[in-house]
Design a protein around this ligand. Sequence first.
Ligand SMILES: Nc1ncnc2c1ncn2[C@@H]1O[C@H](COP(=O)(O)OP(=O)(O)OP(=O)(O)O)[C@@H](O)[C@H]1O
Ligand SMILES: O=c1[nH]cnc2c1ncn2[C@@H]1O[C@H](CO)[C@@H](O)[C@H]1O
Length: 434
Amino acid sequence: MKFPGRRQHKHYFPVDNKNPLTNQINRSSRLLRNYIVGIDQVLVDIEAKIDQAFLDEFDLQRGMSQVISDEVTEKLYQRLKDENLIDYEFAGGTIGNTMHNYSVLADDRSVLLGVMSKNIHVGDYAYRFISNTSSRVDLNYLQPVDGPIGRCFTLIDDSGERTFGINAGLINRLHPDSIDESLIAQASALVISSYLMRTEPGDTMTEAAIKAVKCANAAGVPVVLTLGTKHLIEKEPEFWRQFVKEHVNILTMNEEEALAITDYSDPLQAADKCLDWVDMVICTAGAEGLYMAGYVDEQYKRETEYALLPGFIADFNQYEYSRPMLLKDCEQPLRIYTHIAPYMGGPDSIKNTNGAGDAALAAVLHDLSANVYHKRNVGKSSKHVQPALSYSSLSQMSKYANRASYEVLVQHSPRLSRGLPEREDSLEQAYWAI
Ligand SMILES: Nc1ncnc2c1ncn2[C@@H]1O[C@H](COP(=O)(O)OP(=O)(O)OP(=O)(O)O)[C@@H](O)[C@H]1O
Ligand SMILES: O=c1[nH]cnc2c1ncn2[C@@H]1O[C@H](CO)[C@@H](O)[C@H]1O
């Protein structure tokens, strides 16, 4: 497992130095591995450039992720083909992307739960999904189904706004019996999305997801929820508040979803509100960058060396150098916050923002699982006197998340094709130093 950049010696791992006293990871003994689990509606993205008239013709609401019938799907697909509008067809799904990106960044195992067609033919969607997914993503637990996986028409208009049309296939047929409880209980995190609750009568996905969540809660495995799309939250904000409060440890959202669940349009204020319900919050805010919020016990707080920032909470970044903790592990909890502007001010030209938030989450998951990995293998390290949730500080994680998002913005696909460079040619070493 590697992090990008060169960390200062005491923060850097794996450790180059082979001195057995300073490096307790003995490379000749077998290291204890860890993994994360995600559940998704297994989808292939079909991306095309369209205009408003196209959306109107197919009765699609701009900016939304909406389910479309087989009949509409066939007409829509035919139109895209006839007019040569399709840019690419590639594995997608918000959690599928996150697991893939995590495995690419961490060069380590993640497990994806969902369905997969029993009969696969070269070139079909199921084939494409598998062949566009990192070999580090363990697909052995997918539940076979007698029919197609889903298709997600990712329709991009001139302003860059994307509208999703989902042809569900059998994506919501994941059965609770396919949730292996011991797999979940031993994971470093369980990652789900609000989309898993958008099902039709007869579907079993929601039940399966709830089973996995309850199992993770009982085993003390952090549950990570990504809010998916604001419209789902706007429909039932109270349900989501309750769900998040009862079951979720880490909440990820963009500023629109944050507004839908908290009623606050200021991402910092919204993140702060969410700390009433969860242990850690990641709120992406497009061109404004990224906010993170969490808890630390008073005795472990660390002051930032950056300038203090004004905002809804004055000097909100004061303790951003602290490593976040679960609220239950804090004797005297202190709320900590950080903000980071887009990496290098954002790319000169954005190819596509689709999946930028998924990539940020993948980076945070890498940091979280690195902490579990290190704790399992070097349990006596002074690093683990503090029962922290992550390996790095809130500030450091936000840099990593931001860097991963940038990589997605400058390519067409929401999935990374390689890890991040260990050294950044374009950056001072100091960017990664703390
Ligand atoms: N217009 C932009 N300019 C610069 N950076 C951007 C821009 N849009 C996004 N980013 C970067 O990407 C990150 C995530 O963006 P965004 O808030 O759009 O995610 P999202 O809406 O959750 O994406 P998705 O749901 O597609 O994964 C931001 O924190 C920022 O670093
Ligand atoms: O209903 C859905 N379920 C699962 N994933 C979805 C849904 N709608 C859109 N995306 C996925 O979100 C990713 C970008 O974050 C896209 O790749 C798309 O596949």
